[in-house]
Design a protein around this ligand. Sequence first.
Ligand code: MD6
Ligand code: FE
Length: 201
Amino acid sequence: MKPTLMVRNASVFKGCLNAGQQSDLVSELREIARIAPPFSPQTPYGKPMSVKLTSAGDFGWLSDAHGYRYSETHPNGARWPEIPQSLLSLWFLLTGVSRAPNSCLINFYGEGAKMGMHQDRDEKCFDWPVLSISLGDEALFRIGGATRSGSTESLWLSSGDVVVLGDEARLAYHGIDRIRFGSSGLLPKGGRVNVTLRVVD
Ligand code: MD6
Ligand code: FE
């Protein structure tokens, strides 16, 4: 499948998941959240993140006093649930790479939650892309280059949109400046869910 547009070398697939696929995915994410309850991690600097998160797959992403890292277990000690088959299929369809992702991070944004500008660089190898799915309320996504300084571009991501950061964009700085709380009817209580798939090791 071809991206709808490229923004700073990121591939953007607008409306990639239809309404039925979005609600099916929400059901699968609810099941993951039931097994692995979402939590608000502390940054290594001691500030709580405004998003809640959980994971599926062999590795889940955490942040605590030890820093940002991947862990084979939830903070409660249990292994993470499996990555849903529908997400693996979407990964192969859109990225065209040979390896399956072994980490699926799920971020929950309530009213006022945002994500500061960052690079995804806790993985061992940057040859694999990162695929990101937006669900629920619209979000203002900002992306720049591989250094923190320099110009950025912003675009609104809607429910069902997918962004792939690979190749030149793999280490691009990016973040979520704000969400339009209540702009989507997908989640009964409003808010936004972002799902990212990665090859971690
Ligand atoms: C978000 N996204 O959309 C945050 N990371 O809520 C990310 O941090 C992200 O969209 C890597 C690749 C694509 C992304
Ligand atoms: Fe990221």
